[in-house]
Design a protein around this ligand. Sequence first.
Ligand code: CO
Length: 577
Amino acid sequence: MGIRLTDTTLRDAHQSLIATRMRTRDMLDVVAELDKVGFFSLEVWGGATFDASIRFLNEDPWERLRALRERVKHTPLQMLLRGQNLVGYRHYADDVVREFVRLSVKNGISIFRVFDALNDVRNMELAMKVAKEYGAHVQGTICYTISPVHTIEGFVGMAMELERLGCDSICIKDMAGLISPEATTRLVRAIKRRVSIPLDLHSHCSSGMAPLSYHAATLAGADILDTAFSAFSWGTSQPPTESIAAAFKGTKYDSGLDLEALYEIGEYFTALYSKYRGLFTAEATRPNINVLLHQVPGGMLTNLVSQLKEQNALDKLGEVLREVPRVRADLGYPPLVTPTSQVVGIQAVLNVLSGSRYKRVTNEVKDYFLGRYGRPPGRVDEEVKKLVVGDEPIINGRPADSIDPELEKLRESGRKLGILRKEEDLITYALYPQVAMKFLRGEAKEEVIPSLTMNPLSPAEVPELPMEFAVDVDGEVFNVKVSTVASKTIEIGKPEKREKPSRGAVIAHIQGMVVAMKARVGQKVKEGDVLAIIEAMKMQSEVRSPLSGTVRKILAYEGEIVNSGDAVAMVEPEEGM
Ligand code: CO
């Protein structure tokens, strides 16, 4: 049998290259043609597309799915689902998972690619079971990574367990583009020996090896490869659909796909490329073996760079890059994929910037050590664990077992807010309460595509324009402001906050968004009390009171972006202190 192809142009490709900004209207003109090609599936939904739609495009992701379904009559539509994290960044309660999967099937998803960042199958089971109940195809997914605790035997064992759990196919998800041709051959052979359901290889061209690994996978017996149309391929995206189909033409691995038809569709995407070209960056489009040297995927690297730039600490990049693998080792070698890539990345930044390892930790790192993400692949460092969580009890069971049902409460508050017009709205609200509220109220605006507003684009001019855009960290989108003029930093915080901190100033130690302001004017606080929570790269860290006293001023509001060193509140010391 020939190799089958899953085309990812409408999901992973634009997520990896242009921070998930492809509009639904640009998809609708071509999906009927995509449907005729004979792909194994079209990956069109999930991952970051849900978040990006409501956050940046003012588009309803459910409507996108329905519109695609109406035009695709023959090819299964596929989505990427982060197990119990669905399309968000934390574990949701079981009732949210059930309802999300039900509505996804109802609106058109036929294949669920389900993974967990720690490869902890307990975090995947419920989503897989519900998808099966609704008659969907479940693709159980193994996150591929390289570490002292990840072995071929371990991956094969997971594949066998996924088959036992009723999966219809298996995916090796090489999200960072790490897998070498030789490793591919060994892994694919080993899995095919023990597992009878079809096997898919999903890789990225980040290190440049993916096309070679796809060849190796095909020869070793893989059944499906993930590709994207050439204009949206290479770099941090998948290998090109047209080239991979052409490579096997006339061999026993021939995909049977019509190259003429692929060429025609390729032309459409090439035209579309010029519309979005202002969003493509050199970093995302060329291979970089950094990922093999530091185990820092390309997208994460971009994000670390902008984080450090915001903190005026770009000179610390080398140190941070060395710190990332150390933090990863402390955490028992989680694969670096959403959300663990952010958990590790931001902690590495904190360890370097605070000058002392784990002096400051994010809530997520705490949760990780408490077992709230699941079972780490290897042993965590006991000393670090002690430092981070002290004697707090560790969860050993399935993390979602300790999460209370969420939907009823949300239904009530959503009703009060008047934002629930259709049943899908409740899930949108459950996934991203803050962003969804704005979107569902009709207050969101479609972001402008840079290249459309720039007058005749001369390549020399483009880099001079400071832009606000988002970067992709392994599949997640983060808003960053980037100036390509290295000396120019963009001030986000209010100038008065940058004054010399006085004794009672409650100082933010990292640039990010204030997600909770806990201090109230007149409130009595003790030294060390948590007065605000700041979110950076989706990770939350606490801002504590430097002394005991009374809160006199609040200097930041929830939703505001503050800089490292900004005062978010002022505390007047107690008498006599
Ligand atoms: Co991917």
